[in-house]
Structure formats: structure tokens, C-alpha cells
Design a protein around this ligand. Structure first.
Ligand code: X2X
Length: 363
């Protein structure tokens, strides 16, 4: 009889443990929240969704993350999102360095005008930073402020659109009202170029373009195309003035709640999703990629519907596409030199020098 009770007791415990295994094992949440700024059909959104899909699949359904697009988790206030990640209102994020830059000044490095595109190959230059010592220094700065950093992804190089005229030189920008992200460096850059910048959340941009309260905006093509900027802006200038990487990050308390096997799984998924997001950001716009981004997307079964020539696509929807001559770009570079000088102390002279050394070594 005693034996029977002992056996029954063990059986009951075992059943309770197995039935409740995922939650019991580690006290995981039923669902985690992941923050992104644009909508789900942008490269940024597709990369973030792939991250959560890989984690769900590879954890056998144990770790579920929901992507919240359109800055819903920060009620549209995208430049406050870092505070929400830090205090745990947001568990995960795939965020642009621009949106966290008000709290983490080192992140302004990437937004220094013509910093990477001044190099012979802008993509090599960006990779040299994100894979180099300077990228590590930036990641340390992020962690010091209270986020677990996983890896860099990519929004893309940012191009300029407007409703008024073709932009070839700074003189063409005179007085144009351009929407920029709520970051001082952007206001400084666009003021230095002679335009009239207006800081505004991305979530308000499309309606402001429609109403004509602003004339233009700047974003990577695969972020502005899916929201049909071309309905209001007929001119696009490919000036590549800054490369905008994303960061896959986690709230540190959430991160430490995961077992070390699950941490490995999440980190690996972030790297795989970042590779996908980076390929989406580059395919059809990197004129020197020799087809390798499309090949990569094919290799992971994700090439369907991918645009392999963005300039052709932009023309198809009625946009006038302007690629700048070197002497035209040089005029923008000249006018923004003082912006770099005035931001050096805030970003850190050592960090900028390290980034320059990383880019030079990769040439
Ligand atoms: O607000 C923008 O321009 C966007 C969507 O690119 C960012 O979140 C930085």
C-alpha cells in the first residue's frame, strides 16, 4: 500500500512538471513584446518577424514573441522607446540607432553625414564599423545604459524624397520643409544644408506629406516604399548620406530569466534574422554586390517578391530618380563638415577615430 502511494505521488509530481514544463522550467512569460517603428512589410519589419518565427520554431513553441509595429509600444514616441525597454515595458526590440541616440550619444556615430558614403564602398564601410572595434565600443555603450545587445541588423542607407523638385545640390534644398527624426543631429545636418527640418514621429509623417504641411522626408527605400511615399513625393535623390543599422536588443532582466541554452538560441536567431534583414536592405540598391544579396535570399528561401532593381521600381511608380555625380555629392559633404566637428565631443573623439580606422582597414 505504502509503495502504491509513493508511486502515485511521484506520478502526480511528474505529470504536473511535464504538463507545465515550459513555464515551470524557467518562469517564462506566455508572450514577449518586441518593438519596431515601421510597419511589418518593410525590410525592418520582415527581419523582426523572422527573428520571432525562428525563436518560436526552434524553441518548440516555448518562447513566443509578438512584433508590435508602428511604434505602438511607445505610443508613437519612437525616441522614448529606449526608456521603455530599459524599464521592462518592452521586452525585445529591433530598433534604429537613431531612435536610441537621445539617450545613448555614441549611437550618433552612424548618423554623421556622409561618414560611410564618403568611403569607396559604403557597405564595406558600414560592415567595417559593425564588425569592428568601433561597433564593439558602441555595443558596450548600449549595454552600459541598460540593454542586452545581441547584434546589428539594417534599416538601410537613407535617401531623400520630396514633392517639389529634383534635388541635385544643396541650393535645391533651399527652404524645403523636410521631416526628420526627433534627434538634434538631424536638425543640425538639415539646417546646415539650408533646408527647413521639422522633427516628427514616423507615424505622423505620411499624413503630413498628404496634407502638404511638409514637403519631404528621408528614409531607406525599403522603408518608405511600402508606405507609398510616392503617392505624395515624386522626387527621390540617392545620396546615401547615412547608413542606418538596427540593433537587436533585450531588456536585461528578461535576458537573465532565460536558460543559457535559450540565450544561445535567441542570439543565433538574432544573427540569422539580421543577415536576412541586411540582405533585404541591400538587394537592388547595392550596385556593387555582384548579386550576392539575392543569392543569399534564395539560399534561405526568401527571395520571392524581392525587388532586384529599386531604381526601376521607383520609376515604375512615377518617381523621378536622381543619382548624384561626385561633384554634386561633394557640395553636400562640404556644407556638413561643421556638423561632424560640432558633434565630435558628444559622440566621443576616440570612437570616431576608431570607426575611421576600421573603415580604412577594410578598403
Ligand atoms: O522614423 C524614421 O525615419 C525611421 C522609421 O526610419 C526610424 O525609426 C529611424
Amino acid at each position: 500500500m505504502r509503495k502504491f502511494f509513493a508511486f502515485a505521488l511521484v506520478a502526480v509530481f511528474l505529470f504536473a512538471f511535464l504538463a507545465d514544463a515550459p513555464a515551470f522550467a524557467a518562469g517564462y512569460k506566455a508572450e514577449y513584446k518586441l518593438d519596431i517603428v515601421p510597419n511589418l512589410n518593410t525590410g525592418w519589419g520582415m527581419g523582426a518577424t523572422y527573428f520571432t518565427d525562428l525563436i518560436r520554431e526552434r524553441s518548440g513553441g516555448k518562447i513566443n514573441i509578438k512584433v508590435y509595429p508602428n511604434a505602438q509600444l511607445s505610443a508613437g514616441k519612437q525616441t522614448n522607446a529606449f526608456m521603455l525597454l530599459r524599464n521592462g515595458a518592452i521586452d525585445f526590440a529591433c530598433q534604429s540607432t537613431i531612435n536610441y541616440s537621445p539617450q545613448i550619444p555614441e549611437l550618433n556615430l552612424f548618423a554623421l553625414p556622409f561618414f560611410m558614403s564618403g568611403q569607396p564602398d559604403r557597405y564595406k564601410a558600414l560592415d567595417a564599423i559593425t564588425h569592428g572595434k568601433s561597433g564593439e565600443l558602441v555595443a558596450e555603450a548600449i549595454e552600459a545604459k541598460g540593454a542586452k545587445f545581441l547584434c546589428y541588423g539594417e534599416n538601410g542607407f537613407r535617401e531623400l524624397t520630396n514633392s517639389k523638385k529634383e534635388i541635385r545640390t544643396p541650393a535645391d534644398l533651399g527652404g524645403l520643409k523636410l521631416r526628420v527624426v526627433g534627434s538634434q543631429l538631424f536638425l543640425d545636418t538639415f539646417t546646415a544644408l539650408g533646408s527647413n527640418p521639422v522633427a516628427m514621429p514616423w507615424s505622423d509623417t505620411m499624413s503630413s506629406l498628404q496634407q502638404g504641411t511638409i514637403d519631404g522626408q528621408e528614409n531607406p527605400i525599403n522603408t518608405f516604399f511600402p508606405v507609398k511615399v510616392y503617392d505624395f513625393n515624386k522626387y527621390v535623390t540617392n545620396w546615401h548620406y547615412m547608413g542606418d543599422p538596427t540593433m537587436f536588443v533585450v531588456n536585461p532582466t528578461v535576458w537573465s530569466s532565460f536558460s543559457s541554452e535559450d540565450q544561445d538560441l535567441i542570439l543565433k536567431a538574432a544573427k540569422d534574422a539580421a543577415a536576412y534583414q541586411i540582405a533585404l536592405a541591400r538587394v537592388g540598391v547595392d550596385e556593387n554586390d555582384g548579386g550576392k544579396n539575392l543569392e543569399y535570399l534564395k539560399s534561405i528561401g526568401k527571395a520571392e517578391g524581392v525587388v532586384s532593381d529599386w531604381n526601376a521600381e521607383l520609376k515604375k511608380v512615377g518617381m523621378t530618380v536622381t543619382d548624384l555625380k561626385p561633384e554634386e555629392t561633394a557640395q553636400f559633404v562640404e556644407l556638413t563638415k561643421k556638423v561632424k566637428a560640432s558633434w565630435t565631443d558628444r559622440i566621443g573623439a576616440k570612437l570616431i577615430e576608431q570607426a575611421e580606422a576600421d573603415m580604412a582597414a577594410a578598403k
